[in-house]
Design a protein around this ligand. Structure first.
Ligand SMILES: CC(C)(COP(=O)(O)OP(=O)(O)OC[C@H]1O[C@@H](n2cnc3c(N)ncnc32)[C@H](O)[C@@H]1OP(=O)(O)O)[C@@H](O)C(=O)NCCC(=O)NCCS
Length: 140
């Protein structure tokens, strides 16, 4: 992900989340040396993205979305698997993420890449207020 990708990324973000990251949030992640942000392209069109961080041996998937008209085509899984590969090569041994408890699509996607549910954070999200499911993956 580069600065010139941010308008397209933010457009997908706004269609995907009730409390979207702003352009400034993506700019800050791109410039954070502990973060890795990648985009998926179809020709010249940006169709998905993922942001993750790696601190010591712990990775965190911070954000992942696919453009609505490209969903259910394997793009989300491809983004998740490719960021897991990068996090592993950065030395991450365990990866965590949070997801809305009602977000079945994302929970299934993460389960299909090896994540398991570890617990709940009650009332973590707002608009609407909702629990977060904490998911984790041990890399070998
Ligand atoms: C979650 C999201 C990234 C999935 O992306 P995608 O490209 O559609 O996912 P894939 O096509 O790679 O699907 C991978 C698996 O996820 C699960 N899945 C994806 N969408 C699903 C849905 N709508 N309902 C149930 N399971 C779903 C399935 O297990 C699927 O495997 P299958 O197609 O073999 O059954 C996409 O729906 C999205 O951008 N949602 C809004 C943003 C979001 O919620 N991000 C996650 C925040 S943590």
């Amino acid at each position: 992900m580069t600065v010139s990708d941010i308008p397209e990324v933010t457009a997908i973000e706004n269609e995907s989340f009730s409390t979207p990251w702003t352009e400034a949030s993506f700019f800050s992640e791109i410039n954070n040396p502990a973060s890795i942000c990648r985009v998926a392209m179809a020709g010249d069109s940006l169709i998905g993205y993922v942001c993750a961080s790696c601190i010591l041996d712990e990775g965190h998937i911070l954000n992942l979305a696919v453009r609505p008209d490209y969903r259910r085509k394997g793009i989300g899984r491809m983004l998740a698997l490719s960021i897991l590969k990068e996090l592993r090569s950065c030395g991450c041994k365990k990866i965590f993420l949070e997801v809305r408890a009602s977000n079945t699509a994302a929970i299934r996607l993460y389960e299909s890449t090896g994540f398991r549910m570890l617990g709940l954070m009650r009332g973590y999200y707002f608009l609407p207020k909702e629990d977060a499911v904490i998911m984790g993956l041990q890399l070998h």
